[in-house]
Design a protein around this ligand. Sequence first.
Ligand SMILES: CC(C)(COP(=O)(O)OP(=O)(O)OC[C@H]1O[C@@H](n2cnc3c(N)ncnc32)[C@H](O)[C@@H]1OP(=O)(O)O)[C@@H](O)C(=O)NCCC(=O)NCCS
Length: 394
Amino acid sequence: MLIRRLAAEERLTTSFPLQAYAFEASPPTRDRVEAFHRYLPYNKGNRTLVVEEGGETQATASAVPMRQNLRGAVLPMAGVAGVATHPLARRQGYVRALLRQLLDEMRDSGHPVSALYPFRASFYERFGYVGLPRARTARFSPADLAPLLRIELPGTVRWERIGVGYARYRSFTERCLRERHGFAIFPDFRDVGLRDRDDRWLITATVDGSVLGALTYRIDDHGGELVGDDLLVADPYARALLLQFLARHVDQVERISLQVPADELPELWLTDLAVHVEARVARPSSAAPMARLLSVDALAGLPAGPGRVRMELVGDRWLGGTHLLDGTTGRLELTSGGPAPEVTLTAAGLSALAYGVLDPVEVHIRGLGEVGPEAAAELRRLFPRALPYLFADF
Ligand SMILES: CC(C)(COP(=O)(O)OP(=O)(O)OC[C@H]1O[C@@H](n2cnc3c(N)ncnc32)[C@H](O)[C@@H]1OP(=O)(O)O)[C@@H](O)C(=O)NCCC(=O)NCCS
């Protein structure tokens, strides 16, 4: 099996057709094939690997060089995407081999964390990934937002096409990256696709001279739905300003839908707001994201409570060895000496703790480690529960 990295233009005849077959309606029209050229710039900085047999491309996988916030630290992240195998070449281990090499290369080029949207979570759990919360969809009628129209709020809302306001939006997502656990954003070469497609409206809320809220959206029809993307807010005034803007669509659309993080509680926004909040996870079309550490170095210096544990990392190609984790200074330190309760963790187990998505006892129950009660108490102090919000969809 030959695995090699593609040069940019090679994608047109190798990875793009496989991905189009895997992820789009097909067979493609001639226009669609010609549109491949337009995608090239948004892929140019990705690492794309292919498996070739007899000169034919059998499978492909890419990594997008992104950045992610892990408990306050912004780290280079490998966003795994575009994983596809030719229908005649499936179930022969091609993707397994590709992923191994892709993650080797991404870790060696300085990416200590990785995330993806799985076709099947159990396949990626064996690669050390653990599930993260899925964004929720909140649906409500603009009529129920009416009370906001009577409130005087500090700050302003700006309304424009994303093609015009893109720089403002990008700089606010950079702020969310610095401030929000789990938040990940694309590199510039990929992110500008949002500006260039220009198929969204953008509203931004400015409070005290700073952009503290943003929402991109489209409207499907008169009397239809205002379809919002992720509601990004760093402040309650900003949220209220954006919802107040949406309230003005009462005579225009029947429904509003917004993507919200798992820790956002729309039922508490207003009295008498009838709202349906849904997280739908289904295979293969509606996946919850997954993430993993590719290097224990990602942990060094993260904020932590006062715990100490000696962990042995097992069953993984990228994370191994025995490490003493010490949080007594308020920051995680990786050392080698001293007594401490012992624990055995898989890569998915450690990733679950680092991202804050599972309690140590749940790690044990899920078979992602051997965690006794004493070690569980220490781990709970080292890795308090946290709700990551990935944001980027790839
Ligand atoms: C999903 C997809 C990428 C898998 O590609 P693949 O090359 O078949 O993947 P692999 O062969 O490495 O592994 C797939 C399964 O085949 C199994 N397998 C691997 N070698 C095998 C063999 N020789 N015989 C039988 N099964 C085998 C693997 O173990 C795995 O199953 P498991 O998780 O139950 O163990 C491919 O089916 C596809 O392109 N689907 C459409 C697009 C898609 O969904 N992409 C993923 C989006 S993230």
